[in-house]
Design a protein around this ligand. Structure first.
Ligand code: AMP
Ligand code: GLY
Length: 419
């Protein structure tokens, strides 16, 4: 069959790479993709959802997977379903679990899903009054989508006041910042868990861990993610606890709200002294966690998607390689702030065949790949354990260079220290 992936980042490259290995997939398309993905997929350029749907019908595509949150929160899945097309991802109503932090927090409160205590504000003056009385650190979040950059941990009143001004007065996130959530700062280790769900049942993956902050030692501003590893060092008991206390009530609650969630539910979790608590829900696979999860997954991804569509995901057992994976993102200097692009990427041909290269922000000029985004590409290596995978990936990362490139040097270190 023909398969289509929507999106253009490293996550979509990993999904396309995995689908290309499926016995069932003859051709994989990516819309719009990027030229770094041409090794596994054909790139399609369309202007809008209408054109995309026409392409799907004309080509007879039997499975479409939507990668990023933006089209999901805008309702692309509803458009596909109206046309009777097979698509993986939640409806617009269900995607609001990521699209609005206010919705997600109120939902969690209603269904008693453990999360940080919070208040919602739609005006700056009451928000400033509130923080005057609160203890620091506290966390300020823009309500809407902000590419992973809308969350701020504030250590004192002045910092919080500045952030509130930026979000609610100077509107740095536009409409996405017209409301904010102010919440308790949770402490502990973070982990990501994905649940493939048909709306009623689910199967969840192994744990992975993203590195959201820019600098080594989890310092600096939040980014879209600078690297990831899996499996993270947490136990089966903990997974069961999270499945029971977080994923199950979330899916039940969403159904009850008339927002049945089908696709991949991403729970970003803080493991606190008082148990696991939800930091955020996302309505899709994580980036860069997908770049470590899919290389470790033994199942055919097309089969898993078909089980979501046939509402038989409860019959699927996910099987995992007995290996560890580490992914390191190479970014443009300046990211997540302003950065330059258009620099040639050197050394790609020197990377070992065993290492996976997933491209995100690249373009092609005369057969040369040039940088074209903040996160440019990432490398994934598999190893017998995390340390082995980490050593392997950094050996390869060193071979790649472009003007003012930047990467973290401690991806997976937290996991290795726990070995
Ligand atoms: P979010 O987009 O809500 O996941 O937030 C991005 C990142 O900010 C998370 O991965 C955490 O590292 C951090 N974060 C979010 N909420 C909190 C919180 N309540 N306490 C501590 N850190 C948080
Ligand atoms: N890795 C963070 C995200 O995908 O939102």
């Amino acid at each position: 069959m023909k398969v289509l992936i929507v999106g253009s980042g490293g996550r979509e490259h990993a999904i396309a790479w995995k689908c290309a290995q499926s016995k069932k997939a003859d051709i994989v398309f990516v819309a719009p993709g990027n030229p770094g993905m041409e090794n596994v997929a054909q790139l399609i350029q369309v202007q809008n959802t209408e054109e995309l749907i026409r392409f799907v019908k004309d080509e007879g595509i039997r499975l479409t997977i939507i990668g990023p949150e933006q089209p999901l929160t805008k309702g692309i899945v509803d458009e596909f379903i109206k046309e009777g097309l097979a698509v993986i991802g939640p409806s617009k109503l269900a995607a609001e679990i990521e699209g609005s932090k206010v919705f997600a927090k109120n939902f969690m409160k209603k269904y008693r899903i453990p999360t940080a205590d919070f208040e919602v504000f739609d005006e700056i003056v009451p928000a400033l009054d509130y923080i005057l009385e609160e203890e620091f650190p506290l966390v300020i979040k823009a309500d809407g989508l902000a590419a992973g950059k809308g969350v701020f941990i504030c250590n004192n009143y002045t910092e919080a006041e500045t952030i509130l001004n930026h979000i609610m007065h100077q509107n740095i996130f536009g409409n996405a910042g017209s409301r904010v959530v102010i919440e308790e700062c949770l402490h502990g280790e973070e982990t990501s868990l994905f649940a493939f769900t048909d709306g009623t049942h689910f199967v969840s993956t192994i744990f992975s861990q993203d590195h959201k902050q820019l600098l080594d030692g989890d310092k600096g501003p939040n980014t879209g993610g600078m690297g990831a590893y899996a499996p993270a060092h947490f136990t089966k008991d903990l997974k069961k606890k999270i499945d029971d206390a977080i994923i199950t009530p979330t899916l039940k609650g969403m159904k009850k709200e008339g927002r049945t969630f089908r696709g991949v539910l991403y729970a970003g979790i803080m493991l606190t002294q008082n148990g696991p608590k939800v930091l955020e829900f996302n309505c899709r696979l994580g980036d860069p966690e997908t770049q470590v999860i899919l290389p470790l997954l033994d199942n055919d991804l097309v089969n898993v998607c078909e089980a979501i569509l046939n509402e038989s995901i409860n019959e699927v057992d996910l099987n995992w390689k007995n290996k560890s994976a580490v992914n390191v993102v190479i970014a443009s200097g300046g990211y997540p702030g302003a950065y330059e692009k258009g620099y040639p990427i050197k050394g790609l041909d020197k990377v070992s065949d065993e290492t996976l290269i997933f491209f995100s922000g690249v373009k092609k000029e005369k057969d040369t790949l040039l940088t074209d985004g903040g996160r440019v590409l990432s490398l994934t290596a598999l190893g017998n354990d995390l340390k082995d995978a980490q050593e392997k990936v950094y050996q390869e990362v060193k071979k790649i260079s472009f003007s003012s490139s930047y990467y973290r040097t401690d991806i997976a270190q937290k996991g290795i220290l726990k070995l």
